[in-house]
Design a protein around this ligand. Structure first.
Ligand code: F3S
Length: 425
C-alpha cells in the first residue's frame, strides 16, 4: 500500500503508540483487501460496547476499559490510554437504555460497566448518539463524502440515499479510523463499485413501509452482496421507507448499496445507475414475490403474541408520533409487552410533545440507546414476538429464539392491544 509521508510518520510513532497501532491495523487491513492507498475521512461511526468486558468485575476502572480497547480493538499486547478522537466520531448503538435497563434485564454490574464505558467514550470526544440511525441525528454525509461506518442498515442508507461513501466497517477498523482520520480506499469508496449490477422491475408498486421492507428483503436474498437497481417506482418513498428497505436488503443479503431510479442521488436514470455495467440479471417484484418475501419472514404460527418490538432501525419522530396516535386512549394487553426504540435525542422531543406520555399511559415503553438483537434483551418468558421490521423479523428467531410475526406498525399495535396476531398482507 502506498502511504503518504504523514501516514508513514504516524506508522513510525510520531503521534504516539495508540495512533501508531491504529495505523498499523489499517495498513494490514487495507493490504489484505487489496487497497492501494488510504483515504481521509472526517466521519466515523463506531460502537464501543461494554459486552467485551467481563461482567464479573464490579471493581472495573477506566484504565481497564482502555486496556480492553487497546487489546481487542487495536490489536495491541501493550495496554495504553485511548487518546482523543482525531476526527468527528459518533458512538452508535450500545447495550442498554439508561432509564429502563432493569426492565431490559440488565444486571447491576453490566449496568455499571456500561456507564464506565460511556465515560471513556465521552472523555475521548465521541458524539454519544447511541443509535443505529446517525442520519436522523444530524450526521448526514454529503454526496461523495468518505466515511468509515459500522452497522449495515446505516451503511446502506449512507451509500444509497445520501451518496456518502463507506464500506461496512468493523469495530476494529472504525476505531483505527477514529484515531487516524484514514480508511482503506476500496469497495464503495470507488466509483466503479457503486454502479448497479442487477435490474429489479417493480410490478407491484411499493407504497407502505411494509411494502418497502418486503421489496428489500426479496431483492437482498437474490442479489446477496451486489448492487440492485430498482426501476418503475412511481410514488416518492420517505426516510422511514428507505430506512426499512435498506435494513431488510442488508439482512437477507449483504447489500451495502442500492439505487431507486428517479429517487436516489446516483440514479437519476437507468443509464446513470448502471454506467458501463450490463445487468447480470433482471428480476421482477410483483404480487407473488411480495408474498414470497412475507412468507419467508414469518416464522410464527401461534396467534397469541407476548412481545412486540418496534423501532428497528430506530424509529424516526414520525414513526413515534404515529405509534402514539395508534395507542392513544388504549391499553397494551396484560399478557403482552410493547417496546418501542428511538434515538435518545428524538425521545427528548417526544417527551416534550407528550408522545412519550401517551405511549407510557398505554402500558408500552419508549426505549433508547439499544435494541433486542444487539443486546440480547427481551421481556421474560417470551413465546411469540411480532415486529414491523423485516430486519428484526429476520434476526429475532435466530438471535433470541422467538418465532416472529412480521407486519405493519398498525398490525403490531393491534397485536399489542389485543394480545393476538391478526396481520396479513
Ligand atoms: Fe438498529 Fe438494532 Fe435494528 S442496531 S438496525 S435496531 S437490529
Amino acid at each position: 500500500m502506498k502511504l503518504t509521508d504523514e501516514e508513514k510518520a504516524i506508522l513510525e510513532g510520531s503521534e504516539g503508540l495508540a495512533r501508531q497501532k491504529a495505523m498499523d491495523l489499517l495498513v494490514r487491513y487495507g493490504e489484505a483487501l487489496g487497497a492501494e492507498r488510504l483515504v481521509d475521512t472526517n466521519n466515523v461511526c463506531v460502537s464501543v460496547t461494554a459486552g467485551a468486558y467481563s461482567t464479573k468485575r464490579p471493581e472495573l476502572k477506566e484504565s481497564d476499559i482502555d486496556a480492553s480497547l487497546s487489546r481487542m480493538y487495536l490489536d495491541s499486547d501493550e495496554p495504553f490510554e485511548i487518546p482523543k478522537t482525531k476526527v468527528y466520531t459518533c458512538r452508535l448503538i450500545r447495550e442498554m437504555d439508561p432509564e429502563y435497563w432493569e426492565i431490559q434485564g440488565i444486571d447491576p454490574t453490566r449496568h455499571e460497566i456500561n456507564l464506565l464505558t460511556e465515560k471513556v467514550c465521552s472523555r475521548i470526544g465521541m458524539q454519544l448518539m447511541h443509535s443505529c440511525t446517525p442520519y436522523l441525528l444530524g450526521n448526514v454525509p454529503v454526496m461523495g463524502e468518505h466515511c468509515a461506518w459500522i452497522e449495515s442498515s446505516a451503511v446502506i442508507y449512507c451509500n444509497s440515499v445520501l451518496g456518502g461513501r463507506t464500506n461496512i466497517e468493523g469495530m476494529e477498523s472504525a476505531t483505527a479510523s477514529m484515531l487516524t482520520g484514514k480508511t482503506p480506499y476500496w469497495g464503495y469508496h470507488l466509483n466503479e463499485n457503486r454502479l448497479g449490477t442487477h435490474l429489479v422491475e417493480v410490478e407491484y408498486q411499493p407504497e407502505s413501509v411494509m411494502d418497502w421492507g418486503l421489496l428489500g428483503y426479496y431483492v437482498g436474498e437474490i442479489v446477496q452482496e451486489h448492487v440492485p437497481v430498482i426501476n418503475g417506482v412511481r410514488k416518492v418513498p420517505n426516510i422511514a421507507r428507505l430506512k426499512h428497505h435498506g435494513a431488510a436488503a442488508a439482512s437477507s443479503g449483504g447489500v451495502e448499496m442500492y439505487h431507486v431510479v428517479g429517487f436516489t442521488p446516483e440514479a437519476h436514470s437507468l443509464e446513470q445507475a448502471f454506467g458501463k455495467n450490463k445487468p447480470a440479471a433482471t428480476l421482477k417484484f410483483g404480487k407473488a414475490e411480495r408474498r414470497e418475501a412475507y412468507d419467508n419472514l414469518t416464522s410464527a404460527t401461534d396467534s397469541t403474541v407476548d412481545f412486540i418490538m418496534l423501532g428497528c432501525p430506530h424509529y424516526t419522530l414520525e414513526e413515534v408520533w404515529n405509534a402514539a396516535r395508534l395507542l392513544e386512549s388504549r391499553r397494551v394487553h396484560s399478557g403482552a409487552n410493547l417496546w418501542i426504540f428511538t434515538p435518545r435525542a428524538l425521545k427528548t422531543i417526544a417527551d416534550q410533545e407528550g408522545l412519550t406520555d401517551i405511549i407510557t399511559k398505554a402500558g408500552a415503553v419508549l426505549m433508547t440507546d439499544t435494541c433486542p438483537c444487539i443486546s440480547h434483551i427481551s421481556p421474560k418468558n417470551v413465546k411469540t414476538a411480532a415486529t414491523d421490521s423485516a430486519k428484526h423479523a429476520h434476526y429475532m428467531p435466530a438471535m433470541l429464539g422467538f418465532p416472529t410475526w412480521f407486519g405493519s406498525q398498525q398490525d403490531c399495535i393491534e397485536a399489542a392491544v389485543t394480545g393476538k396476531w391478526r396481520g396479513e398482507i
